[in-house]
Design a protein around this ligand. Sequence first.
Ligand SMILES: [Cu+2]
Length: 132
Amino acid sequence: MMTLPTATIRLRPTAVLLTMLVAVLGLVLGCGGGAGSPAGDGGGPAAPGATDTIVMKSFTFTPATLTVAPGAKIMVVNQDQAPHTVTANDKSFDSGNISGGQRGAVTAPTKPGSYPYICTIHQYMTGTLIVR
Ligand SMILES: [Cu+2]
């Protein structure tokens, strides 16, 4: 019974501090994001070796057709909850299982051509890698 008022008094300064912390953090993060984005955008497209990326989302590969240079390293981002793979029909590249929310990579063949690929877990997921 006697501890209840004390607990209430102790909680109040903590709550105020937490509120201030959240506010300060919000300001810091807001400023950081605003200042960081333009620099990042400027650096990305300027780099000639921009990373090619295949995104898995809603059991679909995006882009459905990706054109890359021979031997290019391709980042594979799984935005689904389910695991997926990027596996060439001729097995010339294979990401292996990429868990939901994770990312992996494949290396494009060095021989120019059109390489259809699938997810071996969900074989209706199809895409095409074009090397040239
Ligand atoms: Cu899949």
